[in-house]
Design a binder for this molecule. Structure first.
Ligand SMILES: [Zn+2]
Length: 337
């Protein structure tokens, strides 16, 4: 039986509604923000930073990168967090709830508490120039039926942001901004689509780790691990060790080889900790080391330690761990004095 709360009717009523009063950007279009943006984006177009270069192509001075549209109305992290916490604690009066807030609340009540941004489209009517004041008005444009996706079941919601240029000002009430926007020139639009969803339950058992591709060149290594040995390939012509296993010696080109059994002692030459993407067979965060074995070659392996404690040069010792009947792997842990 489906016991999910269904807000379809209330949500449908929100589509097309303007959400709250328009908001004004905290800063006029300015050179400093543009310079930081183009540096971060690696955009070398001179029309954004060089007045003469902009005039050469027929502009009246430098323009803001069109993709900065939303940056001009962002209020910053602190103000955003304060607004979020006010909303969460319910101190925002119900009468002040915007259409967007109502939509998010209804979707939460339906059980769609997770959110992921799915796409963003922007249209530009004309470029912004220095000294302009930008205001933004949100409209709920679309809310989908309940859909089942790879992430879980939920609804797609599209909010349209209409951007306007209004006369510059530092202090203005929401209603005063609304009055300006009513007769202002629209300079761009952004459609921002999210999926609000209920995450799929994580009740499924963890699948086994993927198995290696075993060949005639590396079978000795995988068979060794099953027998509890860390075998390292050795050139029988010049004695050079090599890992991962290869058919020939990189030093003397000999095709003749055998192996030694490593004592599994060495030090961390380099390391990385994997956080994403998360594959269900593994636990995260997942620390991985490049270990310089005392016998004189390197091997990539799991580290059995807190990722924050991993240090280059740290002494480590391998244990052979059976992950399941099919797969055993060396796992390195710090050597305790
Ligand atoms: Zn060799």
């Amino acid at each position: 039986m489906d016991t999910r709360i269904d807000h379809s009717v209330a949500l449908a009523a929100l589509v097309g509604q303007v959400s709250g009063e328009p908001a004004m950007g905290p800063h006029l279009v300015n050179e400093a923000m543009i310079v930081h943006w183009v540096e971060a984006m690696g955009d070398a177009n001179p029309v954004y930073v060089d007045d003469a270069g902009a005039r050469e192509v027929g502009l009246e001075g430098i323009i803001a990168p069109p993709t900065m549209l939303q940056a001009w109305v962002m209020v910053g992290l602190r103000a955003t967090l304060e607004r979020e916490s006010a909303r969460a604690s319910g101190s925002a009066k119900s009468g002040e709830e915007s259409a967007n807030d109502t939509m998010m609340r209804l979707l939460d009540e339906e059980g769609f508490t997770s959110v992921v941004a799915t796409n963003c489209e922007q249209d530009y009517d004309r470029p912004l120039v220095l000294g302009e004041q930008v205001a933004v008005q949100l409209t709920i444009e679309a809310i989908s039926d309940v859909k089942t996706t790879g992430l879980g079941t939920g609804r797609f919601a599209t909010t349209r942001y209409d951007f306007y240029v209004i006369p510059p000002s530092t202090e203005r009430s929401g209603s005063a901004i609304a009055a300006e926007v009513a007769s202002a020139e629209r300079i761009g639009t952004m459609r921002f689509r999210i999926l609000k969803f209920a995450p799929a339950p994580r009740s499924a058992p963890k699948p086994p780790r993927p198995l290696p591709s075993v060949t005639q060149d590396n079978a000795f290594f995988w068979e060794g691990l099953k027998d509890g040995e860390l075998r390292i390939q050795r050139c029988t012509s010049c004695g050079t060790l090599r890992h991962t296993p290869l058919p020939g010696c990189g030093e003397c080109q000999s095709l003749d080889w055998d192996w030694i059994v490593s004592a599994g002692a060495g030090e961390i030459y380099s390391h990385v900790t994997v956080h994403y993407p998360q594959v269900p067979s593994f636990d995260y965060p997942l620390p991985i080391g490049l270990i310089e074995l005392d016998e004189g070659t390197r091997i990539v392996a799991n580290l059995d330690m807190n990722p924050d404690d991993v240090k280059i040069g740290m002494r480590v010792q391998a244990s052979i761990v059976a992950f399941d009947d099919e797969l055993s792997l060396p796992v390195f842990a710090p050597v305790t004095a």
